[in-house]
Structure formats: structure tokens, C-alpha cells
Design a protein around this ligand. Sequence first.
Ligand SMILES: [Zn+2]
Length: 136
Amino acid sequence: MDFNYDQLLEAARAKIPERTTSGERFELPKFDAFTQGGQTIIKNFGDVAARLRREPQHLLKYISKELACIADLDGKRALLKGKFKHDQLDSRLKNYVSEYVLCGQCGKPDTNFIMVEDSRYKRCEVCGARSPVKSI
Ligand SMILES: [Zn+2]
């Protein structure tokens, strides 16, 4: 054996370009949506939530409140009652990301939620900053 486990891991990691880590510029994901009948269907809702590392339910709750519409998850898709344009959806997503995903200190997207005494905080894995987030 010529290489150890760490080297294998390094090699494996090098082959995976995805994953938002510090240093890379964060690219805001976009919703892939269309309207049908009286509703708007976001096809890649689950993927967007996964990219942001947030629960789809949390993101959906925010979107439905901001657009004042009834919304449901359907597998990876989200169904919104009402017709919404791309820029309406994307601006809500952008607001969600700055409020609930990006670190307020260093601006990196590598954050997760923690609960402190019933309040939700956004904690940054890069710089360790912690800030309370609004409940939806
Ligand atoms: Zn940070």
C-alpha cells in the first residue's frame, strides 16, 4: 500500500467539484418554475433547499408567507396556489438566503441552525459567528 486513508480521501474530494465551502463565491440557486392552471409549480424546490442546506419545509413556509399563498410540497416540487413570476420567486429566495443562510459576519453560506433557549440561531461554520434569525 502506497497511500494512506487521508490521501485517498483527498483524491476522492478532488473529484467532487460541488459543495459550497469557504473561498468559493456563493452562487444563488434559481427556482425552475412554471405556471399551470391556477398554480405555480417549482420543479427543483427540493434541490434548491438541499443546496442551501435548509429544510424544504422551512423554505416553503417563508415563500408562502411572503407571497401570501397556500403552498405544498409534492416530492421535490413545491406547488403554490396562484400565479407567480420568476422574478417574484427569485427575489423571495434571495431574501431568504440573506436572512437565513448567509453569515452576517463573513457572508459565507456555510451556516446551520441551532436552537438556544427556544430561539433559532444561524451559526457560521467558517467564522463561528452566531446570530438570531426571525421566526417565520
Ligand atoms: Zn461567518
